[in-house]
Unconditional design. Structure first.
Length: 81
C-alpha cells in the first residue's frame, strides 16, 4: 500500500465521524449502500476505498467530501502517537 499511514488515519477519522453520529458499522453500511466488511476494513486501515465509496460515505454521514478526506489534523495527531 503506497499511503498506509494516511489510510490508517482515514479509517480512524471515519470511525470517529460514525461514532459521533451514533451509528453502528451496519447502519453506516446500510445508509451508504455498501457492505459492512468494507466499513470494517476501512476503519481498520486494511483497505483503500474508491471515490465511489467515499462519495457514498460522505452522503451517509452528511459531511462534504472534503471534510471526510481532510486528514491534516488527524495526521499530526497520528505522528505524535
Amino acid at each position: 500500500m503506497k499511503n498506509a499511514t494516511a489510510i490508517r488515519v482515514f479509517g480512524q477519522r471515519l470511525r470517529k465521524l460514525r461514532e459521533a453520529r451514533g451509528m453502528s458499522q451496519q447502519e453506516l453500511a446500510d445508509y451508504a449502500d455498501i457492505a459492512k466488511p468494507t466499513i470494517q476494513r476501512t476503519e481498520h486501515g486494511q483497505s483503500a476505498v474508491t471515490l465511489d465509496v467515499l462519495l457514498s460515505l460522505a452522503q451517509a454521514l452528511d459531511v462534504p467530501l472534503h471534510d471526510l478526506v481532510n486528514l491534516s489534523q488527524e495526521e499530526k495527531e497520528w505522528d505524535q502517537e
